[in-house]
Design a protein around this ligand. Sequence first.
Ligand SMILES: Cn1cncc1C[C@H](NC(=O)CCN)C(=O)O
Ligand SMILES: [Zn+2]
Ligand SMILES: [Zn+2]
Length: 488
Amino acid sequence: SPAPAPLEKVFQYIDLHQDESVQMLKEWVAIESDSVQPVPHFRQELFRMMAVAADMLQRLGAHVASVDMGSQQLPDGQSLPIPPVILAELGDDPTKATVCFYGHLDVQPADRADGWLTDPYMLTEVDGKLYGRGATDNKGPVLAWINAVSAFRALEQDLPVNIKFIIEGMEEAGSVALEELMEKEKDRFFSGVDYVVISDNLWISQRKPAVTYGTRGNSYFTVEVKCRDQDFHSGTFGGILHEPMADLVALLGSLVDSSGRILVPGIYDEVAPLTEEEINTYKAIDLDLEEYQNSSQVAKFLFDTKEEILMHLWRYPSLSIHGIEGAFDEPGAKTVIPGRVIGKFSIRLVPHMNVSEVEKQVTRHLEDVFSKRKSSNKMVVSMALGLHPWIANINSTQYIAAKRAIRTVFGTDPDMIRDGSTIPIAKMFQEIVHKRVVMIPLGAVDDGEHSQNEKINRWNYIEGTKVFAAFFFEMAQLHESPEPSSLM
Ligand SMILES: Cn1cncc1C[C@H](NC(=O)CCN)C(=O)O
Ligand SMILES: [Zn+2]
Ligand SMILES: [Zn+2]
């Protein structure tokens, strides 16, 4: 069915003003709001980013609070200020549903020398693709939401729902200090919220939209092996030491086998059993495995079927080894024995794995492997991040609204997908604030988030803005007369 007349007007407005939306994205991308590299320059840029966004929301007529988040202690003893979190609200009509949008305005590091074809902080359009760091993760989607709201305001049309915003600047660093804020605000800012929308992941296709109902968690470990604080010469000490690197490589080598199976005892015990019905949901997903493999430039994945690939990304845990601090990693043949090394790895968690149980299992396993080596070095295992997995009930109201909005804009039903990466706030909304979350991604599978040449398609950005506008309408309608099945 076609969109109702007021919505048609909003769509027209969004189309007519799309160049302004692209220009705004350009201004936001130009701010180097990198939260990952803990240096003063990027922190200043982050503060500027949050101020620019707060200002824009204020001009939209929202009540805006910038909440001080204190400072971040770094492992080297330094401390850096954390950018404020924006809490904003627009409209407080008690007869309307209240929808809260979460987004983040910090970005991953980006350096032209890493293989960017354009300046990462200068939004550049090539063939309808808008290249720039943060274009899809997450500045584009945040602006799409704001632009959807401002289209209503510009047309002097009543907003169908009350809107709240929570916008942070530390997501890429693991949402530092966010959990405390959620605890503090759960009966204050969040008390009137009915639904939460997050748009911080991607479709699984280049052209077919998606709605996301689950994300994996992550438990991130460091394992330090130390002999002493200084390095050794392998000519004068080689042969008489328990070398830290040899211990560490053995420890890291004990974690996962060549088929991807995690070797930590008990790790699979709590993984939700697979049901027949669930397998059918993977069959329904549009994924061209060959194309996916080619576009990823991977010779062969660990699994051969679409269903297995999706299950291993979405509903099974995985273990990845990320790096070794203190290792010699330069070109050349330096004959060093590192005196102290720190291995880093993480386990993506799925329902119903438990973060603290995983912490115990991993620690026990590493202690066991280490003790068998009878090394005189010191080993310290610690879990740096413990982020919970999240899964939603796809029959609840906000999913019905999202599907209808997508059908209105794209004329097709979305893929119902999960995501292998982690959006830490989703579980916080569910467990701490007791709110129902829906993830409505806007970007295409090839947007390259976190990678060189990140982009969002102009089409995704503009049609995505319309999806949000349509979502306001659908949410308002369902709030008045909910579907029986959606009253969870
Ligand atoms: C920082 N961090 C450490 N462990 C997990 C994370 C979050 C990060 N989140 C994303 O990438 C969102 C993608 N839309 C990730 O999953 O790696
Ligand atoms: Zn993101
Ligand atoms: Zn990201």
